[in-house]
Each structure stands twice: as structure tokens, then as C-alpha cells.
Design a protein. Structure first.
Length: 66
């Protein structure tokens, strides 16, 4: 990896990139869901998305260790 690659934030924080990808996949799953949702199923999907979003927020606001 070159010095230019090292300066890119997405290269430095692989965990954050993985969490963002998981969050996007959850959003896509919710959007793909056709028809009415059972209340329990919707609640479970929303809780999962909330959990992932909280992890993204937490990781994104951590001080950088460089």
C-alpha cells in the first residue's frame, strides 16, 4: 500500500467501513420488503437498523489513534 492509500480514511478504519456497509444492507433489506409487515417483523428490522446505526455513530466519533 502506498502513502497515498494510507491517508484515505476508509483505508484506516476498516471497522467503520464494515459497519456502514452493514447499515446500507439493512436499509436495502427494509426497502426491498414488499407488502405490509407484521408488527414484530418490522420492530425487529428497526431494532437491527438502530443497533447498526449506533455502532456506526460510535465508531465515527471515536478519536483517531495515529
Amino acid at each position: 500500500m502506498s502513502d497515498a492509500d494510507d491517508s484515505r480514511p476508509e483505508r484506516k478504519n476498516l471497522l467503520l467501513r464494515m459497519l456502514i456497509n452493514e447499515m446500507l444492507e439493512q436499509v436495502r433489506d427494509i426497502q426491498r420488503h414488499a407488502g405490509p409487515w407484521a408488527a414484530e417483523e418490522r420492530e425487529r428490522a428497526e431494532q437491527t437498523l438502530d443497533r447498526v446505526m449506533e455502532q456506526v455513530r460510535s465508531e465515527a466519533t471515536k478519536p483517531s489513534i495515529e
